[in-house]
Design a protein around this ligand. Structure first.
Ligand code: PGA
Length: 252
């Protein structure tokens, strides 16, 4: 049985005071029952202070991106080992904003994925199509290309140590969520693509949905057979909103 993971991607938001209130609110309200694991991914400069505030709680820490290089002359970059030392267990790779705004190709993302694994971090690999892709019937082809780059470099064994997040670009920050059925169709496709390499790994990997997940739509999404939680942007910046999503995870 796959557990549910509810991960907050804070993006470039927050400050010390707001983060303290957010983290304390989340920690105080973690739902009883333990069906869902909770994760927060703050911006790099706040990882340390958030780690201190999370210590002793069940809420885990992750980062939003990572360098594909282990060390060296890469001004401004942060390595996977550094993230591990700060207490991160997860790192998001290939978020659509990284792909669209910072020129990350599927090959770069595959290298970041592999760098995360090398440092014993769990990569959360984001895949997803734009509205144009969907309307042109290219959803599965786009996702296959993004997934295959990682499978080619790290193999199914890499996926075994990872989490996948399906995030349709048209649903991110737009308030337009994929319906549970639309999301389930793509999640099933992702699982079958991995199953072509290794059925056991495909059955075990967590596949999150991301894109305008809120307290009132989370239960429908998390109730689908191949949806194992959410990657939450906007609603992860408010403790009550984030906890409402975590609460939905305990009801499915
Ligand atoms: P959103 O963002 O929940 O604000 O749509 C999701 C994401 O970008 O991970």
């Amino acid at each position: 049985m796959r557990r549910i993971l509810v991960a907050g991607n804070w993006k470039m938001n927050g400050d010390e005071a707001a983060n303290a209130a957010l983290v304390d609110g989340i920690v105080a309200g973690v739902p009883e029952g333990g069906q869902a694991d909770l994760l927060v991914c703050p911006p790099f400069p706040y990882l340390s202070s958030v780690a201190v505030r999370l210590s002793g709680s069940a809420v885990m820490l992750g980062a939003q991106t990572v360098s594909e290089h282990p060390k060296g002359a890469f001004t401004g970059e942060v390595s996977a080992a550094m993230l591990g030392e700060l207490g991160c267990r997860y790192v998001i790779v290939g978020h659509s904003e990284r792909r669209a705004l910072f020129g990350e190709t599927s090959a770069t993302v595959a290298s970041k994925f592999s760098a995360a694994l090398d440092a014993d971090l769990t990569p959360i690999l984001c895949v997803g199509e734009t509205l144009d892709d969907r309307e042109a019937g290219r959803t599965e082809a786009v996702i296959d290309e993004q997934l295959d780059a990682v499978l080619g470099q790290s193999g199914a064994d890499g996926i075994r140590r990872a989490v996948i997040a399906y995030e349709p670009v048209w649903a991110i920050g737009t308030g337009k969520t994929a319906t549970p059925e639309q999301a389930q169709d793509v999640h099933r496709h992702i699982r079958s693509r991995i199953a072509a390499h290794d059925a056991g790994i495909a059955a075990g990997v967590q596949i999150l949905y991301g894109g305008s997940v809120k307290g009132d739509n989370a239960e429908g999404l998390f109730g689908m057979p191949d949806i194992d939680g959410g990657l939450i942007g906007g609603a992860s910046l408010n403790a009550d909103d984030f906890l409402a999503i975590a609460g939905a995870a305990t009801r499915v």
